[in-house]
Every structure is written in structure tokens, then in C-alpha cells.
Design a protein around this ligand. Sequence first.
Ligand SMILES: Cc1cc2nc3c(=O)[nH]c(=O)nc-3n(C[C@H](O)[C@H](O)[C@H](O)COP(=O)(O)OP(=O)(O)OC[C@H]3O[C@@H](n4cnc5c(N)ncnc54)[C@H](O)[C@@H]3O)c2cc1C
Length: 602
Amino acid sequence: MTALTSSLPKRRFDVIIIGAGGSGMRASLQLARAGFNVAVLSKVFPTRSHTVAAQGGIGASLGNMSEDNWHYHFYDTVKGSDWLGDQDAIEFMCREAPKVVYELEHFGMPFDRNPDGTIYQRPFGGHTANYGEKPVQRACAAADRTGHAMLHTLYQQNVAARTTFFVEWMALDLVRNADGDVLGVTALEMETGDTYLLQAKTTLLATGGAGRIFAASTNAFINTGDGLGMAARAGIPLQDMEFWQFHPTGVAGAGVLLTEGCRGEGAILRNAQGERFMERYAPTLKDLAPRDFVSRCMDQEIKEGRGCGPNKDYINLDMTHLGGDTILKRLPSVFEIGHNFANVDITKEPIPVVPTIHYQMGGIPTTINGQVLVPDASGGQRVVNGLYAVGECACVSVHGANRLGTNSLLDLLVFGRAAGNHIVDTLERKAEFADLPRDAADRSLARLARLDACTEGEYAQIVADDLRNTMQQHAGVFRTQASMNEGVRKVAALRQRVQAIGLKDKSKVFNTARIEALEVENLIEAAQATMTSAAARTECRGAHTVNDYERAADDAEHPLGRNDRDWLKHSLWHSADNALSYKPVNLKPLTVASVPPKVRTF
Ligand SMILES: Cc1cc2nc3c(=O)[nH]c(=O)nc-3n(C[C@H](O)[C@H](O)[C@H](O)COP(=O)(O)OP(=O)(O)OC[C@H]3O[C@@H](n4cnc5c(N)ncnc54)[C@H](O)[C@@H]3O)c2cc1C
């Protein structure tokens, strides 16, 4: 071993999971219950992971309150994805949904109940019965705190199953051998500032999204895309990163989310004239059309001068007709958010909202079992030995170019469980630990040493703020080719600045400046992947809307600007040379007939 690596303290586990959100803890539960020695690392206490902020619900065709089945859910998800989702993965997720929700119920999840004792379900954007005919009640909810209830339930079950938690530990880099097999991670203990080498037979990334590459975001401050950065630095491409979801209802000026469950319960979007404008754009689903669609309609209203307020720059979300009792029973947190972040009593007056960055559809490419995929020499794909990814950091891909609300919490449960099961089935309990390469931790130690040696240089925070503003400006709801091209140049310049960040405070104990500097090295990977992939995709699809390519719905060749002939394919961004390759979308489901691409109207 090199002097650097050999000096590190080491720990060994069968499986190491990076991330204690819903996906990481669903996978760890499966493994701990099967008797594996499993460790979960998290930058924050597990129940503070972003999953805790999920409000609206978990999608599953239980049919408790209106007729439903998984075929409808499958169809909605394919259409919602604007046909970029892989139909085998989507079928798998929608078929498994009722099972994982009932399992969660049996773990103790405190769902809201119907009078007959079944799980309460509310309508949600893009979820329909009978293939788009009418909205369906599919979102299984615990008031507007579904993620909170789910994360606490999973944490308690993990404690009971004796999962080991490393709380306030930050994973830095994947440890690999010469063949690219993953043998564990390097990690920083925040409390002491010490670095460790954590060796594992299998490593699973569950680090959540990178929503903090944008200035206005519903995401937690910890959502800096660390798993994406670790993968990108290890030569693993990032898939479909041009697709970012804007949620229609972030509180204007604050970014805090108001769940789509508001509209599920009957809230209405109104312009300055008080008009329910969504009736014009989506006659069938109205306010419950998918998020990309509603966000664009809101932006259109604002652009055409029908925005609300003195600057005509927001839309009103009106819940006053729902009545105080329903609001306090079904949307108690929304009531509090209105009060705290907009100074509005939502039972009496509408609340100002704007589309706000919310969710990353792309991520680390994986199989249905969570195994990470890379291109192979023959133009196909192969799995990376020892590495899995699940949750928002992964791209299976079930969300394609636009995710339906409630399908992420579902994704965490289905694919967290599937990855756990696959590891249980394939990892030999008695297998020896592979030999660590001599320089296993050198890369991480060099990154830390550079920060410690650098006394000049910019603050991480300033570079990060410039990056977020650049992304907001050049990769927003509406994109133009010229603006994206300029964004590519600006992000390349920002990468240079990231490499020269300085650290003035060299102390070790809980040094948050060091953590932030390390996070920016991950943000830049997610941001450059987004900007480069977006500028290359010369069409409109799902959340990726480029003014230059917009067309009418009846445009024979490119309805609504989508170009299936050239662009029905996944993007793969490679960090080493900031270049792209592509792979086909899987239009073949596992057992049912394919849903062929058609015009996406609601
Ligand atoms: C406000 C809000 C509301 C939402 N509402 C809904 C909803 O109602 N329904 C729905 O389906 N979806 C919803 N979503 C989306 C959904 O909640 C997220 O996609 C999902 O919770 C992500 O879960 P995850 O397990 O992938 O990661 P997260 O829950 O984000 O957890 C990531 C974990 O990784 C850890 N981590 C990250 N980097 C490192 C590192 N370097 N070292 C160690 N640990 C690390 C973190 O500490 C954390 O434990 C919502 C999202 C937001 C932001």
C-alpha cells in the first residue's frame, strides 16, 4: 500500500449503503433481515434525509376508492415519461406497487384510513383510470406527511433488524480495483474530521437527488448529488441528466413545496383574472395534468401578462373552497407552510406559487435489480461488479423524461427491495474480501490534501451560488438552444473555479466548510452532465422544452416538438471528456403489449 492509503483506519462490512433515505433504508432492511452485516452511511441523522419532506403520497393501484389496476398505472407512467421510460422497468414497478405498499402497512406505516379501514388514496397529476379517461385515486397518503411517516417506519424496522448506522459520515469516493470492480468507499467522519476506508463485498449508492444544482429548489440543502459525483469520477456515465422536473407549486419567493396533493384534494390554479386556465390547456385532466405540462402552462400565462401580483410574476393556488375542516385534516402541513412562508391563511385566501426545481429524472444507469451499468467494448452494456444504485440517484429508468407524482416514493420501495433481494440471492455470505489495491484511497486523500494545502482560492459557497444561478438561467422551464450553448461554456468555466476552491478554516471537528467544498466537487459533475446533455438534445420531450423546437400537437412529423426518429434514446454523459453517447429505450414490457409512442395531450 502507498504510505497514504496504508495510514487509514479500515472497517469491513458485507454491504455498505451510502444514504439513509427511503431507498437506502428499504434495501438495508432486506439485507439486515437476511442476516448480512450491513452498514448505512448518512450525512445527516437518517430520519432527516430528504424523503422525510415528501408530502403527497405513494402511487399504487389498490383501487380502494375508485376502480383501478396496474395496467392503467403502467400506461399512465409510460405516457407521463413521454416514452423515454423503459417499459420493462415500468411494468415491474407498477405490478410490484400494491405488494410494497401493503408490506409497508405491515411494518407499521400510519396511513390515513377510509371508513372501511382500507388505506386512503387521493388523486394525483397524470394518474388516470381507463387509459386517460378520468382522474383516479391512486396516491396512498398519510395526511400531507407521507414521506415523514414512511421514513420513520423504515428507520424503526432497521433498528429492530440491527442495521449499523454511521450518522454524519460523508462518503467521498468509490474504491475500485484495476478491473473497475467496486470494493468499498472512502468516507469522512464529520465529528472528528478523520478519513476511513470502508471495505465491502457490495456497495450500494442511495444518495438521493442533486436538486441543489439549481438556485430555486424544493430540495434539502444536503441534496448535492454526491452519488452522481462519485460515479462520474469513477468513469461511470450519467443517464438522461437533461430531464429535470419543475414542480408547479413551489411557494413564490421561498421555493418550499406545496404538495400536488393540494390539487388532488381539489385546489385550483388561477391567473390574474381569476380564471381556471388549466381548463383551456388540458380539458380532461385540468389542474391534474402531469407536472411538466402544468409548469409550462403557468409559465405561458405569466409570459402573456396574466400572472398575479404587482409584478405579474406568479400564479395563485386557490384552496378556499375546500373548507377549513378538509384542509386541516388532509393538508395540515400545507396550512402551516402557507402561514410560515407566505403569510397566507390558505383557508381564506389563495397562495402565490411558481414552478420550482423538484426532481432529477436521470441518474446512474441500472438494471431492474439495481446493478450499475456501463457501456462495454462491443457497444452493449455490462454490470459493474460490486456496485448497485437505487432511488433518486439511480436511473432504471421508470420516469423517463417526466416523473408522475407519487412514483418516486414507489420507486424507492420497489427498487430498494429488489436490489436488497438481488444481493441476498447472489452474494455469497462466506465470500472472502477482495484484496484492496495499494492506492485504494489515494484519490480521496489527494482531494483532501489539496484543500488543506490551498490557502488562497475562492470560497466554495461563492462558486456554488454562481453555479446554481447559471443552471437556473440556462436550464430552466423553457430552454433555448442559444442559452443552453452559453450555459455549456459557463459551466466549463465554473469547473475550473471548482478545482481552485480554497479552504481558510483547516480545523477538523465538524468543519462544515470542508464538507461544502467537497460537495461542490459533486455538484459540478451533476451540473455539467445536465447542461451538456440538454444542449445536445435538439427536440422537446417531457420536462426538456426548447423554444426553438416547439411545434403544434398536430405537426405530422414532430408532434409538440418531439422527434422520435432521432431522439427516442437515452443520453449517457461521460465526465472524463464531457462527451455523450446514447443507448436505445426499451419499448418492450415484460409480459404485456408495448404502449407505442403517440401525441401526449391531456
Ligand atoms: C419536498 C419534496 C416533496 C416530495 N414529495 C413526494 C411525494 O409526495 N411522493 C413521491 O413519490 N415523491 C416525492 N418527492 C420525491 C421523493 O421524496 C424523493 O425522490 C425521494 O425521497 C428520494 O429518496 P432517496 O432515498 O433516493 O434519497 P434521500 O431521501 O434524498 O436520501 C439521501 C440520503 O443519502 C445521504 N447522502 C447523500 N450523500 C451522501 C454522502 N456523500 N455520504 C453519506 N451519505 C450521503 C443523505 O444523508 C441521505 O440519507 C418529494 C421530494 C421533495 C423534495
